[in-house]
Design a protein around this ligand. Sequence first.
Ligand code: F6R
Length: 357
Amino acid sequence: EKGTYPHFMLKEIDEQPFVMRRIIQEYQDTDNNLKLDDAIRNAMTACDRIYIIAAGTSYHAGLVGKQFLEKMAGIPVEVHVASEFSYNMPLLSEKPLFVFISQSGETADSRSVLVKIKEMGYPALTITNVPGSTLSREADFTLNLYAGPEIAVASTKAYTAQIAVLAILAVDTARAKDLELAFDPLQELAIVANAMEALTDQKETIEELVRNNLGTTRNAFFIGRGSDYFVCLEGALKLKEISYIQAEGFAGGELKHGTIALIEEGTPVIALATQENVNYSIRSNVQEVVARGANDLIFSMKGLEQDTDAFVVPHVHELLTPLVSVVPMQLLAYYAALNRDCDVDKPRNLAKSVTVE
Ligand code: F6R
């Protein structure tokens, strides 16, 4: 039920702080330690490489998750688009662990990879919002997202739940391997939940940004470096699928290698600048497009902001910034779609779960 909300998407965006808190609760034991099945922990510590398989938004969450697993748990990770995996199958390591990320647990492209790798005898873990789903039943292990039903076709709270659960998985594995921890996940996710709440309270600011900058535009670009880049891919996908504005997410440094040709007078370029180590370089990429007439909208993080930035998100741990920077991206897409009278919850040509290959 959407209650007083005009759309499920807006309700689901607003639910994100609660989902974070539910994940904290579900994954913590009575001593405030992480609670994960021993079987999953054993599979994580036994593997020599993780292959993440997913589609769409879940693939974008996988890209963020790779950072956690490599940086904290010290496991090499490859992230693959499910529909391509069979054709571009990489040379597998000796002891691979396959991790399927899927909100619905029913995506046919992902399932076909699961069937194949089970035939090959490899272990599989599914991270899903639907525990009884096909991908969950057919894998060896399941981690639940606890996001509650996601009704809007455009995925929002499942994406942030996937990232949070991947962070917990990475930290749990790091602990099992006696590695030094980058952060206390439960404490940092609580900070994220509060930051998300502050963001969902700023809808009017985003609505106004959309009105003033994305009103009549045909296209838009999203640029970022490091993990901001992954959020750019997600921001562009959200905008495309519900507002039909053509949008592309780009690595900040890659734009000048061709795509900059598309920048015209007034082209909106949304730049994410939440990472300290790339703050200078992403801002110079913004200067490059502004010099060609682009209309820049910089979304930065508290502590790294400048006066001319369009929007500043609250400060969170640098590995977890995608959880907060994606919220204004979701709202941007939502208001852009509203502005154009699009069917926000049921965009054309799309279905909630894609059960054909
Ligand atoms: C985008 C979106 C899709 C799904 C994709 C995978 O908003 O919803 O890109 O993320 O179809 O679906 P799941 O996660 O159910 O496997």
